[in-house]
Design a protein around this ligand. Sequence first.
Ligand code: AMP
Ligand code: ZN
Length: 135
Amino acid sequence: MSDCIFCKIASGEIPSNTIFENEDFRVILDNGPATKGHALVLPKAHYADLYEIPEETVMGAVKVAKTVAGTMKEKLGCDGLNLVQNNGAAAGQTVMHFHLHIIPRYENDGQHILWKPTSPSSEELVEIRKTIVGE
Ligand code: AMP
Ligand code: ZN
């Protein structure tokens, strides 16, 4: 994708703060980080989102995230870590090249990567289950 910024970063055409690289992925520091060390796993090939990315590639991205997560715990001393992956504008995706956020968390870091729980009835849950599994 010639006009995709993450393609250009992943290929090295645009410089980035790379913290890990292999043949298929580059991991960069997010330039608008939620916390110290917030990083993005970028596949070098262009896939818009979870729907497009092949299963094998998404598994590779998770493996890379696991490696980097271990490094962050050791080197940054984070107290926790979120993996976040947004698909579609409705879910907050702003760059339409698949990426996996690795967000190290620190006690009292002031971030809220949470949602507001709702209270569906048990009937509603049964209906949703039926809609999804088709029975
Ligand atoms: P998302 O909202 O899941 O699409 O996340 C996009 C992320 O990419 C945001 O956290 C941005 O801060 C980050 N981002 C956008 N452009 C760049 C860039 N040139 N270098 C590093 N991070 C970027
Ligand atoms: Zn791309």
